[in-house]
Design a protein around this ligand. Structure first.
Ligand SMILES: [Mg+2]
Length: 217
C-alpha cells in the first residue's frame, strides 16, 4: 500500500484513526443529550432534537472541537463529563504495533489533531501513546482546523517535513481533501473508525480497516 522507502514522515489523526471513535460518538450522541435532558428537565428524545442541529451547525469548525465553547453553550461541564466515561477511551486494533514499527524504522511521527487540549490530555493519559510521537500538534494552537488550508501552511512553517515524502492518515475525508490540496502525497483513510459501527464504504481514498494492513515489514 505504501512504499516506505519513499516516505519518512507520518501524520496521524487521533480520534477515529488511532482511537476508537465509539467514545466520541457515544459521548456526543448519548451521554451529553442525557445530561442535557437531566439538567433542563426534558425527555432524552427532546434533548437530542435540540442538540442535533446545534452540533450540525458547527461541523468542521474549530468550535466543534472546543470544550470551552460547548461548556458555555450547553451549560454543562463537558471536560468533567468526558472523564466520567473515560473508560470508553480505547486504542484501535494494531495501532501500538504500527507505532512501534514506525519508531523502529526511524520515521518522523506527528500526532495532528483537532481535539481540544483537555480532550487530548485525557486521551494521552488513558492510552499512554504520547512517547510514540515526535510532536503533538493541536489545531487550536494555529487557530484553524485541519479542514482549513491555513492549518497546513502554519504546520509547514513550524515543523520540518517534506510533503512529497509524507503520509497522512485520517478518518475524515474533508481533512484529507485539504491535506491533498496542500500537497501531501500519500493519503490513507480508515474504513472502521468506530468499532461499534459497520465499515464505511463511501471513501474515495485508499482505506484500511485496521493498522495490520499497514505494518512496516
Ligand atoms: Mg478523526
Amino acid at each position: 500500500m505504501i512504499n516506505w522507502n519513499l516516505c519518512d514522515t507520518v501524520l496521524l489523526d487521533m480520534d477515529g484513526t488511532l482511537l476508537d471513535l465509539n467514545f466520541d460518538n457515544h459521548f456526543w450522541c448519548e451521554f451529553v443529550p442525557l445530561k442535557y435532558a437531566e439538567r433542563n428537565k426534558l425527555s432524552l428524545m427532546k434533548a437530542k432534537q435540540i442538540l442535533q442541529p446545534k452540533f450540525k451547525q458547527m461541523e468542521g469548525k474549530l468550535e466543534w472541537y472546543c470544550l470551552d465553547y460547548w461548556t458555555q453553550v450547553l451549560e454543562l461541564d463537558i471536560a468533567g463529563l468526558k472523564t466520567e466515561i473515560a473508560e470508553l477511551i480505547t486504542v484501535l486494533p494494531h495501532v501500538v504495533e504500527f507505532l512501534e514499527r514506525l519508531k523502529d524504522a526511524k520515521k518522523q511521527v506527528f500526532l495532528v489533531t483537532n481535539a481540544h487540549q483537555d480532550s487530548l490530555n485525557l486521551k494521552m493519559e488513558k492510552t499512554c501513546l504520547q512517547p510514540f510521537f515526535d510532536a503533538i500538534i493541536c489545531s487550536h494552537n494555529f487557530g484553524a482546523a485541519k479542514e482549513n488550508l491555513a492549518f497546513w501552511t502554519q504546520l509547514q512553517q513550524q515543523y520540518s517535513f517534506d510533503k512529497q515524502r509524507t503520509l497522512m492518515i485520517d478518518d475524515s475525508l474533508a481533512v484529507l481533501d485539504t491535506a491533498k490540496r496542500f500537497g501531501i502525497t500519500y493519503l490513507i483513510t480508515i474504513s472502521k473508525p468506530d468499532s461499534k459501527k459497520p465499515v464505511k464504504m463511501d471513501t474515495y481514498y485508499p482505506a484500511i480497516k485496521d493498522f495490520s494492513e499497514l505494518l512496516i515489514e
